[in-house]
Ligand binder design. Structure first.
Ligand code: URP
Ligand code: ZN
Ligand code: ZN
Length: 470
């Protein structure tokens, strides 16, 4: 049995902060003690001066997918290699129920892609078609495949629309099976109207993406989803919360005692809508939904992360190149050169989550160190049925660790990252705190700039119940 010993590090979990050695045997943490003597056959890694964090858990990615004619520029292997360099050892990806087919068909196709993953990987299914054996398919996935979360896009109009009654029934079905409904909360018909008005006025610049999607469009849908889940007596997870109005609705519901969780993403914590004023087409880099907001919204997000009203920071990694020259037009934002409506929505970020939130959160005094670990790993693992195998450093947990140097300063740049994407949202951003070594089930996969992992070494994660109180 392979054994790996990590000595002298500062172990930081959501609850603890202490110095000890960690022994990983057969992929799991088998001992944590003051001083564990090295033995023949053990790989020994000195973690003096470093924090030993649980491997990050990123529960919102779109790794190798399409939106209309657009194809993400990363593949499952390139994106998960980048995740690993950023200290993330577990992802939960999204895939779609194919139109006219059962969600089971979408899951099956996704398993084929996920077989290339470099880190452990699970999946949520996006529901698109109530007619196509949807409820039967959901039950099969929940009961047999460990898929314990589903997402509904409240923005859809047209054939993929799921109306409020259907959304409520989905919530009831998931709750009956110990699963969790996730929503992308924006009011679809209002959005469609705003977009049509902008097109009629020949407003084509990328900034009109943002101007079509004011805070209230997100706030209304969030509040409505919360009331539907209250009536369904089901837990709810709101993905990529950006607007203070949405934070307010979640906070109010939680204060009423409702089981509602929200996540946000680094882009909403560090960038503002000023990015849409970037001249020319450059602003397309920031076309994502919901869009970037104001500094006041950012402050509301940080406060909610600190107080617990928001539970998770994920990435929503959904990357398209900026330039068609990098990998072709279908992988690039340039699909929307003539109209903001054709710019593929989404942005990269899978590699920078942990360093950005450490720097902007812990170092700048907005959240404590234990809360940082909770947001990066423990809470998402608990919410999505992976704890305690994932999300903490404890005897019996998987040997997934990120060794983190809290003192190293570096500059975020697309030139230095490890995904296949030609830009970074945070280009030139100076941060202090860097992931140095990463272990997946006791195997070192990142050593500084050296990649030691391989596609296919990530395991599929059949998950337990989701939506449990964290
Ligand atoms: O713009 C975004 N967020 N793209 C990814 C798909 C989604 O809505 O999460
Ligand atoms: Zn979304
Ligand atoms: Zn997303």
């Amino acid at each position: 049995m392979s054994r790996c010993l990590i000595t002298g590090g500062r172990i930081v979990t959501a609850a603890d902060d202490y110095r000890a050695d960690i022994l990983i045997s057969g992929g799991r943490v088998s001992m944590i003690a003051d001083a564990i003597p090295p033995e023949d056959g053990m790989q020994v890694h000195d973690a003096s001066g470093l924090m030993v964090l649980p491997g990050g858990v990123d529960v919102h990615t779109h790794l190798e997918t399409f939106i209309g004619p657009a194809r993400t520029a990363d593949t499952v292997d390139s994106a998960t290699r980048a995740a690993a360099f950023g200290g993330t050892t577990t992802v939960i990806d999204f895939t779609r129920q194919p139109p006219g087919k059962s969600p089971v068909a979408g899951y099956g196709e996704w398993r084929g892609l996920a077989a290339k993953s470099c880190v452990d990987i699970g999946v949520h299914i996006i529901l698109t078609d109530v007619k196509a054996d949807m409820y039967e398919g959901m039950k099969e996935l929940m009961d047999k495949e460990g898929v314990t979360s589903f997402k509904v896009f409240m923005i859809r109009t047209g054939p993929e629309t799921i109306d409020d009654g259907q959304l409520q029934q989905i919530m009831e079905t998931t709750a009956e099976h110990g699963a969790l409904t996730c929503v992308h909360a924006e009011n679809g018909p209002i959005l469609a109207r705003n977009i049509a008005d902008n097109l009629a006025a020949e407003n084509t610049h990328p900034k009109f993406h943002s101007l079509s999607r004011p805070n209230t469009v997100e706030g209304e849908a969030t509040a409505r989803a919360i009331r539907l889940s209250e009536m369904a007596e089901a837990p709810l997870y709101v993905v990529h919360v950006t607007a203070a109005e949405a934070v307010g609705a979640i906070t109010e519901a939680r204060d009423r005692g409702q089981t509602v969780y929200g996540e946000t993403c680094p882009q909403y914590l560090f960038l503002t809508k000023d990015a849409y004023e970037t001249p020319g087409f450059e602003a397309a880099k920031y076309v994502m939904s919901p869009p970037l907001r104001s500094e006041e919204d950012q402050e509301a997000l940080w406060r909610a992360l600190a107080t617990g009203h928001l539970a998770v920071v994920s990435t929503d990694h959904c990357p398209f190149n900026f330039s068609a020259k990098t990998k072709g037009l279908e992988h690039s934002k340039e699909l929307g050169l003539d109209s903001f409506t054709k710019i593929p929505n989404g942005a990269p970020g899978i590699e920078t989550r942990i360093a950005m939130v450490y720097d902007g959160g812990v170092r700048q005094g907005r959240i404590g160190l234990n809360r940082f670990v909770e947001l990066m790993a423990t809470a998402p693992a608990k919410l999505f049925g992976l704890f305690p195998a994932k999300g903490t450093v404890a005897v019996g947990s998987d040997g997934d660790l990120a060794l983190f140097d809290p003192k190293e300063s570096w500059t975020v740049s697309a030139a230095g990252h490890h995904s296949d994407i030609d830009y970074s949202l945070f280009e030139g951003h100076r941060v202090t705190g860097r992931v140095k070594k990463v272990f997946l089930r006791g195997e070192m996969i990142v050593d500084g700039e050296t990649w030691l992992g391989r596609p296919g070494m990530g395991e599929y994660l059949a998950r337990g119940p989701s939506g449990m109180v964290v």
